[in-house]
Write a protein that binds this ligand. Structure first.
Ligand SMILES: CC(=O)N[C@H]1[C@@H](OP(=O)(O)OP(=O)(O)OC[C@H]2O[C@@H](n3ccc(=O)[nH]c3=O)[C@H](O)[C@@H]2O)O[C@H](CO)[C@@H](O)[C@@H]1O
Length: 374
């Protein structure tokens, strides 16, 4: 059975950019397939989607946030009432836009969206970004045969690996062509080895503390830094004074958040970062060598996100507690001074990455909406 006319697709997800970016990339791919597709996004007023979705020109509908407690606490008793309100709100949106399919990316709004779709008999597609699934997607995967994952081996029933949908600005990035322009736009020198430091969309205080502390060593080695710190997080970059590296002008540029991460990726030669699924997949698809410092909380998904890439030679894995000034001096600086090793890592990363996940997921969404089989 084929739905008549253009499809109406509801994308549900949000929270951090790690959740919003694949949603936006999937919207881009659906609109590439058919520019007449109606795309509606369900998100929260608190997440980054509240800014990023309208900025991408998409229709955002806000649902109340329903955090699901990870452990059975008294708060669990309040979930059904809150959840019922959010399901009813989602259901109204599905009816208003005559949804043909709901695609959930996990997070706060995904659970009510999945339940509303089930009530309205609208097909559901689940996309899980992380190597270990979150609670919302564990629920969602029980309701549908259409389950897509970023990584191989994610424990969800019926999972098919499609990779992580990447925005066209990243997937289509020609780093060599954009390098000069990107460095100039970011206040970096054209001629120096360039390290990108990024703690993901929210930043990471640990990275913000450790990397500036070795500014003098980096500068003395001729390594300039672009440090994306996260909004509201602090970074104190020491003045070089008369210490090592003084007298040479080696930039250490701090930006709280970049809407154009493609510029950062074009500008840099290597990366020190957290291991959010988005960062891992973008860097591997672009062939960027990186030292991954997984966030040591949550269900351990960040370590699992980076492990296969690191095992394939595409980067280093550094425990949070091991990220110290000494590590920078003894491990990172020698790596940055070794173009052959960097090139080998870059090649291994590129071989591991997936560039066309957005098109693969969009294809699955259309099949789910039009009565296909998984
Ligand atoms: C603290 C937290 O909850 N972290 C989770 C969050 O991470 P977080 O949101 O940090 O996610 P990711 O590393 O997955 O992705 C970061 C995304 O933000 C973009 N970006 C980043 C910085 C910037 O200045 N501009 C910008 O556009 C990157 O290009 C990338 O697309 O979602 C990930 C994907 O579900 C999870 O794996 C992480 O565990």
């Amino acid at each position: 059975m084929t739905a008549p006319g253009p499809l109406s697709v509801v994308l549900a997800g949000g929270g951090t950019a790690g959740h919003v970016s694949p949603l936006l990339a999937t919207a881009e791919a659906l609109l590439r397939l058919d520019p007449a597709t109606r795309v509606t996004v369900l998100g929260t007023a608190e997440g980054l989607e509240a800014r990023l979705v309208p900025a991408a020109g998409l229709d955002l509908r806000v649902l109340p946030r329903v955090p699901l407690p990870r452990r059975p606490t008294v708060d669990l008793l309040r979930v059904p009432g809150r959840l019922a309100g959010a399901v009813a709100a989602a259901r109204r949106v599905l009816t208003e836009v005559s949804a043909d399919v709901v695609v959930g990316f996990g997070g706060y709004v995904a659970t009510p969206a999945y339940l509303a779709a089930r009530q309205a008999r609208v097909p559901v597609v689940v996309h899980e970004q992380n190597a270990l699934p979150g609670l919302a997607n564990r629920v969602g995967a029980r309701l549908t045969p259409w389950v897509a994952t970023t990584f191989e081996g994610t424990p969800l029933r019926g999972a098919q690996r499609v990779g992580l949908p990447l925005r066209a600005a990243v997937a289509g990035l020609d780093r060599d062509a954009l390098r000069g322009e990107a460095r100039a736009a970011l206040g970096l020198r054209p001629d120096l080895v360039t390290l990108l430091v990024t703690g993901g969309s929210l930043g990471a205080q640990r990275l913000n503390d450790v990397l500036p502390a070795v500014r003098a060593d980096l500068a003395a080695a001729g390594v300039q830094v672009l440090h994306v710190s996260g909004r509201g997080k602090t970074v104190t970059v020491p003045d070089l004074g008369a210490g090592p590296g003084a007298g040479t002008v080696v930039p250490y540029v701090v930006e709280p958040y970049l809407d154009r991460m493609d510029l950062a990726y074009a500008a840099c030669d290597a990366v020190v970062c957290r291991a959010g699924a988005g960062t891992v997949c973008e860097l591997s698809a672009l062939g960027l060598p990186a030292a991954y410092v997984p966030l040591p909380v949550g269900n351990g998904e960040q370590r699992r996100n980076a492990e296969p890439l690191v095992a394939a030679g595409g980067g280093l894995l550094v425990a949070d507690a091991d990220l110290t000034p000494a590590w920078v001096r003894t491990t990172l600086l020698p790596l940055l001074a070794d173009p052959d090793r960097l090139a080998a890592m870059a090649g291994a990363a590129r071989a591991h990455g997936v560039l066309d996940a957005a098109d693969r997921l969009a294809g699955m969404v259309v099949r789910a909406a039009t009565g296909g089989t998984p």
